[in-house]
Design a protein around this ligand. Structure first.
Ligand code: ADP
Ligand code: XUL
Length: 512
């Protein structure tokens, strides 16, 4: 039992969340916003003004300045950092940090000044491409071609080549700046970079976040020599080792003991990516429980024991910090698409919910292809079709249109997640649209499993804190995260809806 800190380095800020495992309580939170708190880095939303279309980079020194600022703020608020027994963290996935030989020379870590000034000379590249970057289409094609096609890349690494993933980003750097690439001694992810700083030496990349690089062989858990060779020369020598997320990176660096009063024996658990950490924070790290997040886009995360990969190549598979594997599927047309239909009929969310309540499951066969913008799952150009009765296709009925978008979205989700969710027993829903009871009920009826609404705020930081607690205390991650489960509301599936929705899903499949 003890006090554990979870850090979350997201796109827009750095957050801290502290838990007391004896009382299963979140006891403290603190946030730094890059734009507001560190305006000198000229990154109001956490990234630098794009220099070219699709190019999104951040300044890694800003992340270090945020770490100093966060601990200073925690101390100023009276939080005693000396009480922390172990910590871990979470990083936005895919972002790469390029460091020179100096970073590997621990003598050079001592010195004067704050973290940003100590580590500025260690950067081999001034900026880190982040997950929002989509400028590497050419490099994706080159890597896929060298390995024998995207299906093969997906089968090995868990994802086809993806623009924001690290391999394509590393290749682009090598092509554009060969000399700086040569000078790069080690390439870290955002997560393993911050972990290294805290542990006082270059740490491993955990297999959860490492799987978001298009470089890890999922089945072996090691870097894949073919993918490395297809990406850039001598890459094996520039990558840290990959290790299971539950490993310890060491005890906290002297800098944090001296500056902020951490105790010397405070352990640093390997960091992981925000999605693997969220899986833990939402208590879904054991197979059977699936998380569906209904935000701007809709996403689905599920865990499984074997290194399955998406036969269609839409989803991503990462290693699960609790062991085994997890998938992440993104449905781009989530809340924004529901808003389009809501606005077409001049409704508010209450009105949208009332229209859902007035219409019947299956919607008399009326369905919709709801891709108002280009869709990720399945990959599709923007496409909106109304299929069904004449008053529906002429859009005269709000009740039918509102039901059609919701039922069609979740039919689409059920079809494209089928490979990952064979034996699910529960769906945990979260995100803005999970406030809507009717939507939750439709999810329960289409998937024919109990749906539990959970309130989460920063599940990535919570997942990191729970991982630190598990590593330090030896308690199972599953037991720990269950103890932190939020109050929830349950929606039971209506057995009478099973057949209706089985037919509806098959009909949707024919039109997709
Ligand atoms: P993100 O984290 O992606 O910014 P959120 O999880 O905060 O998104 O969800 C925001 C979305 O939730 C908004 O786009 C809004 O359309 C949707 N939303 C909020 N309330 C409801 C509701 N009662 N029914 C359906 N959708 C809702
Ligand atoms: C996942 C992804 C994002 C980032 C943002 O593939 O790109 O979820 O991790 O935080």
């Amino acid at each position: 039992m003890g006090i554990y800190l979870g850090l979350d380095l997201s796109t827009q800020g750095l957050s801290a969340l502290v838990i007391n495992s004896a009382t299963a309580a979140i006891t403290y939170r603190c946030d730094i916003n890059f734009g507001r708190d560190l305006p000198q880095y000229e990154s109001p939303n956490g990234f630098l003004e794009p220099q070219r279309e699709g190019e999104y980079h951040a300044n890694p020194l800003m992340w270090l300045a945020a770490l100093d600022r966060l601990f200073a703020r925690m101390s100023a608020e009276g939080f005693d950092l000396g009480t922390i027994d172990a910590l871990s963290g979470s990083g936005q996935q895919h972002a790469t940090v390029y460091l020179n030989e100096r970073f590997l020379d621990l003598q050079s870590w001592a010195g004067e000044g704050d973290l940003a000034s100590r580590f500025a000379p260690s950067l081999a590249r001034a900026t880190a491409p982040i997950w929002m970057d989509s400028s590497t289409g050419a490099e994706c094609a080159e890597i896929a071609a060298a390995v024998g096609g995207d299906e093969r890349v997906c089968a090995i690494s868990g994802s086809r080549t993806i623009e924001r993933f690290s391999a394509a980003q590393i290749r682009k750097f090598y092509k554009q700046s060969a000399a700086a690439y040569e000078e790069t001694a080690v390439i870290h992810l955002a997560s393993s970079f911050i972990c290294s700083i805290l542990a006082g030496r270059s740490s491993a990349i955990d297999s959860g976040d490492g799987a978001g690089m298009n470089l890890l062989n999922l089945a072996s858990g090691e870097w894949d020599s073919e993918l490395l060779a297809a990406t850039a020369p001598h890459l094996a020598a520039k990558l840290p080792p990959v290790q299971f997320s539950g490993e310890c990176a060491g005890t906290i660096a002297a800098y944090f003991v001296q500056e902020y009063g951490f105790k010397r024996e405070c352990s640093v658990n390997l960091f992981s990516g925000d999605n693997p950490n969220s899986l833990v924070g939402m208590g879904a790290e054991a197979p059977g429980t699936v998380v569906v997040s209904l935000g701007t886009s809709d996403t689905l995360m599920a865990s499984f024991d074997k290194p399955l990969t998406d036969p269609n190549g839409y989803g991503h598979v990462f290693c699960n910090p609790a062991g085994g594997y997890m998938c992440l599927l993104c449905f781009t047309n989530g809340s924004l698409a529901r808003e389009r239909v809501r606005d077409e009929f001049a409704l508010d969310w209450d009105g949208f919910e009332k229209q859902l309540a007035q219409s019947a499951p299956g919607n008399n066969g009326n369905l919709m292809i709801p891709f108002f913008t280009a869709e990720t799952t399945p990959r599709s150009e923007a496409r909106v079709d109304y299929v069904g009765q004449s008053d529906f296709t002429q859009r005269q009925s709000a009740a039918k249109a509102v039901r059609a978008i919701v039922e069609s979205q979740f039919a689409n989700m059920k079809i494209h997640a089928a490979w990952a969710i064979e034996n699910i027993t529960r769906i945990k829903v979260t995100g803005g649209a999970s406030d809507n009871d009717q939507i939750c009920q439709i999810v329960a009826d289409i998937f024919q499993v109990e749906v539990e609404r959970i309130a989460t705020s920063n599940s990535a930081a919570l997942g990191a804190a729970l991982r630190a607690a598990s590593m330090q205390s030896g308690s199972s991650l599953i037991d720990l995260s269950a103890a932190f489960a939020d109050q929830s509301r349950l929606f039971a599936p209506d057995p009478a809806a099973r057949k209706i929705y089985d037919n509806f899903v098959e009909k949707f499949r024919l039109h997709i």
